[in-house]
Design a protein around this ligand. Structure first.
Ligand SMILES: [Zn+2]
Length: 162
């Protein structure tokens, strides 16, 4: 069996570089591990709070928000608001790619990162952002969301949905 050296169990590759002034605590490590285990997850504060508690790094709501916001400000997490107006935090695309298109199910509000075909979108976005930056606009953020029903909702297992 050939072994592939390019395969990695972690899309993060390297451990997170903590934002300036942020100490490596049990909570920050647990947060990094959480996203390492679920690289495609867009988690709400409540979900992160529960996960951290499960990981033995229980912190209160205010601290969770502060952690998430600092990671978002540092570009490690991407902050977004779903259709139910719940703020969710997803792993930011690595390599400064900017916003990754995502698909959100209007029924179950799960979010899916779109990797297929996103390269062209990214390239186009980069040009738009570059043009805006050239015009002097700052702190540009793009959020592309495709809405619809996910496969699970559209075709429930064993259901008779046509
Ligand atoms: Zn769904």
């Amino acid at each position: 069996m050939p072994s592939s050296s390019t395969f990695s169990t972690s899309r993060l590759g390297t451990p997170w570089t903590l934002p300036p002034g942020m100490r490596a605590t049990r909570a920050t490590r647990a947060l990094a591990q959480l996203y390492e285990a679920r690289p495609d997850a867009a988690l709400s504060e409540a979900e992160v709070e529960t996960a951290l508690a499960t990981a033995g790094a229980a912190v209160n709501k205010v601290t969770v928000y502060r952690l998430l916001d600092r990671f978002a400000a540092a570009g490690l997490l991407h902050k977004q608001v779903d259709a139910a107006r719940v703020t969710r935090y997803a792993l930011a695309p690595q390599g400064g790619d900017g916003a990754a298109p995502r698909f959100e199910c209007d029924d179950c509000h799960r979010q899916f990162r779109l990797s297929q075909g996103s390269a062209k979108v990214q390239t186009a976005l980069k040009q738009v952002l570059q043009a805006l930056a050239t015009a002097g606009h700052e702190s540009l953020a793009v959020d592309i969301a495709v809405h619809g029903r996910c496969a699970d909702c559209a075709h429930p297992a064993g259901g008779a949905a046509a």
